[in-house]
Design a protein around this ligand. Sequence first.
Ligand SMILES: [Fe+2]
Length: 420
Amino acid sequence: MNCLKLCRLFSKAHKLAEPIENIKSMIFTIANDRPGQLKDALEAFAAYNVNISHIASKPAEILDFRKGYDFKVDIEVSDEAKLKRVLKHLDKLGFKTTILNSKQVPWFPRSFEDLDSLDQACMAAGAELESTHPGFNDQTYRQRRAEIAKVAMGYKLSDPKVPIVHYTDQEIETWQTAYRALDPLHKAHACDEYNTAVEEFRKHCNFREDNIPQLQEINEYLIPKTGFRLKPITGLLTQRDFLNFLAFRVFASTQYIRHHSVPFYTPEPDIIHELIGHAPLFADPDFADFSQEIGLASLGVSDEEIAKLGTCYWYSVEFGIIKKKNGERKVYGAGILSSVDEIKNAVSDKPEIRFFEPLKAAHVPFPITSLQPLYYWSNSFEEAKMEMEDYAWKVPRDVSVSYDKFDHTIKVHQDITMKK
Ligand SMILES: [Fe+2]
């Protein structure tokens, strides 16, 4: 019997995700496998209205040479008495049962409210600048960054509108300089999906060389299109938090702009990198799914796995390439699309180009302060997504989750405890 179908059969519609303390994991063993036994066992859960959120099976190890199967099920039950009744029922039917201890996993967000709390945690980081930053000694620039960060402070994903930033003439001039240099390169070397999305941004989001669009304007276009949205943040998030945001189809975006003295360079993400590099492709359904796939794979996994996923993100969302059937390279990574030098480098014969296989790419180190010596290519976003799905399936993890797009929550299907 198809276990996935069984899960659906016994699943109920939930307005909100089940509290994780109500999820228990157990194993029941079927010996002398004969038709109808699994059905009998599952009816014991149905009889007491206990929902099964996840089920998996494997051959049982020792059963006196008889054929048998262990079924691991995750159930949603808030009432201990109900659980006892199910166990008694299974016992009567002759099934051996074992309640499993919950697994401990790193804390991860399960709602928009949780994402808002993550952003609060990075507040202090936004005020700091490295001594090598071009604006380090410019007090006016630093004060302006603090002002822009203040606009994002307190914004919550449930708020109806992202607050407006009134950019100065000098900031618009920096944007314009970068925009004018990048635009012809995009027309020549960006992937078709990017150029199509930019045309739409121009029509609907005030995306122009003489105007820095507001995140609200971008969201009004993106949300109905693919469900992706930009959330203004005040400083840089940790790699784990940043990837976790993507699981909710939320991109954590800075709003400040690079120092006016270096319009073609920034040592960190800024509004040019976010809006010219990242935002347009979130309008593409395959790219949006692909980005969320990386986010979902990052929930509750170890630091080591986060680092590998971060590397996959680097080689795709930041520096990915699509190779067309005629062999022509088209760029889609935001780190390329937002840098004149990086675009020229990516389409030249200098760098090495490899096919994007996350299992291999996840282990390959990369430079962050120089042009990339290596890029990974895919035939399409759909293919990149399938590769990531395959990788995500293999990531060692103690928790199974799914995203509920109607209430923007992560549903947990296994018995876990979360450690901050
Ligand atoms: Fe980026």
